[in-house]
Ligand binder design. Sequence first.
Ligand SMILES: Nc1nc2c([nH]c(=O)n2[C@@H]2O[C@H](COP(=O)(O)OP(=O)(O)OP(=O)(O)O)[C@@H](O)[C@H]2O)c(=O)[nH]1
Length: 136
Amino acid sequence: MTKIPTWIPVVALALFDADGRILMQQRIAGKHHQGCWEFPGGKVEIGEIPRLALVREISEELAIDIDPTLLDPCGFAEETGKRDIVLFLYTSRQHCGEPRGLDGQEWGWFTPSEAYSLAMAPMDRVLLGQIDGARR
Ligand SMILES: Nc1nc2c([nH]c(=O)n2[C@@H]2O[C@H](COP(=O)(O)OP(=O)(O)OP(=O)(O)O)[C@@H](O)[C@H]2O)c(=O)[nH]1
C-alpha cells in the first residue's frame, strides 16, 4: 500500500552573516501571517529532499545561492489544525551573492536580540528559541 504523508513539510533557513546577525524577511500582504517576520524558506515539493528545496526557495526569494552541503539541521516546529505543518530549520554561515527581496518583501540582518523584538510568525518564534539554545 502506498503511504502518502498527510502533513506539509516546510523548510527554513537561519542564515548568519560574519557578525552573527540572522537574515529575516517579512511575510507579504495576502499571505497567512502577513506582516510577520520569518526565516526565509517554503514548502518542500514532491520528490525534493529538504535541503535542496531550501536551496531552491532561497534562490527564488532572495536571489542568493547557498551550498546544500553547508546546511546544518538545527530544529523544527509543528502546527496542527486545518493543515498539519512541520517546519524544519537549518542554519548556514555561507551564501553567494547580495540578497534581494524578489517577492517585494522587506528583509534585513538582525542580532538574535533584535530578532526577538520582531513580530514573528508563531513557528518561526519557536525556531528562534531553538537557535539560541543550540548556541549555548
Ligand atoms: N514560516 C511559517 N509558515 C507558517 C507558519 N504557520 C503556518 O501555517 N505557516 C504556513 O506554512 C507555509 C510556509 O510555506 P511558504 O512560505 O512557501 O508559504 P506561502 O505563503 O508562500 O505559500 P502558500 O500561500 O501557498 O501557503 C505556508 O502555507 C504558511 O501559511 C509559521 O508560523 N511560520
